[in-house]
Design a protein around this ligand. Structure first.
Ligand SMILES: *Cc1c(COP(=O)(O)O)cnc(C)c1O
Length: 394
């Protein structure tokens, strides 16, 4: 089939939940992609902060091929080695004592919400309410959209599950005042990703931790986007001198092979006994082999340093656009989770960059989000900035 035939078939046979760009990709390597016509692109989207090692990273390709030819799936009725190895690595390198595996960010948050409610039921005298943040994003299941503090994701899906309330992000006093006798947990992203790359003040997460401790409730961090090295440290919380009780992971966990995880302290994890939660595919050997190879690479010498260094370089170069382009309002982020806020609609900018062979994405209507593979190079960053310079000129 030709490109036009493929796109026509897509438009009539796939449910229209996405507005797609008119490009069909066939191959990727590192931070570069090629479309069906052979045109090359620099990728500052990375499958929405997923392909952190870059496309077709040899270690992941090797692990997936080897595992696919050995054993792909047997369910969680049995033990499998890749799952056990990943659990060992995640607990060794995080605050967590135990993990639960699933397949996506929404599922990981769904598990976290259930775990917090079960903890409230078993240990906190029946408390069930979860406080979340305005401008947050936690995924698309019913509970995850309800946890998401943005009304546009709720519209048309009532009745939503009970037991969620929203407070402004980065506002300690508002959170303090909102905790009620029914509250069992606070759920938030260390840096809001979909909400426009919002970085909290330095002491905010520590203050959240203190409120949770003083009220005896759980702190849940959604690290689906910030985790696995994206911010220049393995997990976002490491920047802020705190640890949560529960953390959720997905996106970059398998570098493109679907995988999600919930990680928790022993005390909290203990309320999830046999039969309380499950996933048929969760933790299957194929996904876990990809995730082990991904995590080994992230932990290797120099990898996270490059992310931090390139992130600093990218933000510095983006700030430099401000002197010629008044539409550039602000540059935010940590590591390679970077947002450039515009005073104009970002969608035409995304389109114009695509035409020039650079992929960026727009979130919150006017924030260009850049989440490239963490192996992105200076020439790639320079090309992005040159293209933005051209595009913003018009
Ligand atoms: C992407 C994202 C999710 C949802 O992940 P899915 O895998 O799409 O379900 C949840 N939380 C955050 C912070 C995210 O960025």
């Amino acid at each position: 089939m030709t490109k036009d035939e493929l796109i026509a078939l897509s438009e009539k046979s796939i449910i229209g939940t996405y507005r797609r760009q008119p490009v069909l990709f066939v191959r990727g390597e590192g931070a570069h992609l090629w479309d069906i016509d052979g045109k090359e692109y620099i990728d500052f989207v990375a499958g929405i902060a997923v392909c952190s090692l870059g496309h077709s990273h040899p270690k992941v390709v090797e692990a997936v091929c080897r595992q696919a030819g050995t054993l792909m799936h047997v369910s969680n009725l049995y033990y499998t080695e890749p799952q056990i190895r990943l659990a060992g690595m995640l607990t060794e390198h995080s605050f967590a004592d135990r993990v639960f595996f699933c397949n996506s960010g929404a599922e990981a948050n769904e598990a976290a919400i259930k775990l917090a409610r079960k903890y409230g039921h078993d240990k906190l005298g029946g408390k069930y309410e979860i406080l979340t943040m305005k401008g947050s994003f936690h995924g698309r299941t019913l509970a995850a959209i309800t946890a998401t503090g943005q009304e546009k994701f709720h519209a048309g899906f009532a009745p939503l599950p009970e037991g969620f309330r929203y407070v402004p992000f980065n506002d300690v006093a508002a959170l303090e005042a909102a905790v009620s006798e029914k509250t069992c947990a606070v759920l938030l992203e260390p840096i809001q990703g979909e909400g426009g790359v919002r970085v909290p003040d330095e002491g905010y997460l520590k203050a959240v931790r203190e409120i949770c401790d003083s009220r005896g409730i759980l702190m849940i961090l959604d690290e689906v986007q910030t985790g696995m090295g994206r911010t220049g440290k393995l997990f976002g919380y490491e920047h802020y001198g705190v640890t949560p009780d529960i953390m959720t992971l997905a996106k970059a966990l398998g570098n493109g092979v679907p995988a999600g995880a919930l990680a928790a302290t022993e005390k909290v994890a203990a309320v999830f006994g046999p039969g309380t939660h499950a996933s048929t595919f969760g933790g299957n050997p194929l996904a876990m082999a990809a995730a082990v190879a991904t995590l080994e690479t992230i932990l290797a010498d120099g990898f996270l340093e490059n992310c931090a260094k390139m992130g600093d370089y990218l933000r510095e170069r983006l700030w430099s656009l401000r002197k010629d382009h008044p539409a550039v309002r602000e540059v935010r982020g940590k590591g390679l989770l970077v947002g450039l806020e515009l005073s104009v609609d970002g969608n035409p900018v995304v389109k114009a960059c695509l035409e020039r062979g650079v992929l960026v994405n727009c979130t919150f209507d006017h924030v260009l989000r850049m989440v490239p593979p963490l192996v992105v190079t200076r020439p790639d960053v320079d090309r992005l900035v040159q293209v933005l310079d051209e595009v913003l000129e018009r």
